[in-house]
Design a binder for this molecule. Structure first.
Ligand code: FES
Length: 270
């Protein structure tokens, strides 16, 4: 990878068109939206989405784009509600994203049109993690079966490119039964009775969120580790800005190969 792929927005747009529009992407732990009406929104690889549990307890992932003028419907990172009301002109949607109504001045001509519903994305829950895809590719990843009880999730905001965070998570490991990497955004670590899933959320090319989902233990025991990842990744980002090479290792090499394939695919189609 070239230094500018970590420090400028062009590479992120390529990744949005290829990696993030084609793969299954992790959104959150199912336990983060445990009750009907719970929702969680994020920008993942440049795509604004939110996950919500409906009245029947089914989790769905929807595009966070109002059908009126394409503005963001859900403006808070997480919460609980009965319906979603777009704050711009008041179009409302139910927990499955179906259009419910709009104030008369901005009401659509045909309120029954299915085109008014929020775009619903392919959704799958695997080992307690909610995945979505814009492309509905092959089956979602196998995360290795059942897990201990969900303990909670830590959220860490990191001022780095998402690839810096991924490389750091991979650099210390080789593939094994205790460490598995699921392209492009999820690492699963097992340590005795505890399983930790580290989920990378690429917000923008220099803003990354790390979600540390802990199963079988309290997340409080992992705060220091998450803070260390933040510190190291922000230092590594500064190194990339100075043109220093990326970390090495078998898993990092695999990650770079998959990225190179995505970049080549983009060059072939644009
Ligand atoms: S953009 Fe949502 S109601 Fe107008």
């Amino acid at each position: 990878m070239k230094p500018e792929d970590y420090a400028q927005g062009d590479g992120f747009q390529v990744e949005k068109r290829t990696v993030f529009s084609a793969e299954w992407l992790s959104l959150c732990a199912e336990g983060q939206i445990a009750t009907p009406g719970d929702f969680l929104s994020a920008t993942v690889g440049g795509w604004g989405v939110f996950g919500v549990r409906d009245r029947e307890g089914v989790v769905g992932v929807l595009r966070n784009a109002c059908r009126h003028q394409n503005m963001q419907v859900v403006g808070t990172p997480s919460g609980h509600c009965e319906t979603f009301r777009c704050r711009f002109h008041g179009w409302t949607y139910d927990l499955q994203g179906r259009f419910l109504g709009a104030p008369p001045p901005v009401a659509p001509k045909d309120p029954q049109s299915p085109e008014l519903h929020l775009a619903s994305l392919a959704t799958s829950i695997v080992s307690g993690i909610v995945f979505f895809s814009l492309a509905a590719p092959a089956p979602p990843p196998d995360l290795g079966g059942s897990l201990p009880a969900y303990g909670g999730t830590l959220t860490t905001e990191i001022a780095c490119n998402w690839k810096v965070c991924v490389e750091h998570l991979l650099a210390e490991h080789t593939p094994s039964a205790d460490f598995r990497w699921h392209w492009p955004l999820l690492a699963v670590r097992r340590a005795g009775s505890v399983t930790i899933m580290e989920q990378v959320v690429p917000h923008t090319f220099l803003r990354t969120r790390l979600l540390t989902h802990v199963f079988g233990n309290s997340p409080d025991d992992h705060r220091q580790a998450a803070a260390t990842i933040k510190h190291v990744c922000e230092r590594l980002q500064a190194d990339r800005n100075d043109g220093m090479p990326a970390a090495e290792g078998a898993l990092v090499a695999t990650f770079h190969r998959q990225l190179a394939e995505a970049y080549a695919q983009d060059r072939a189609t644009t």
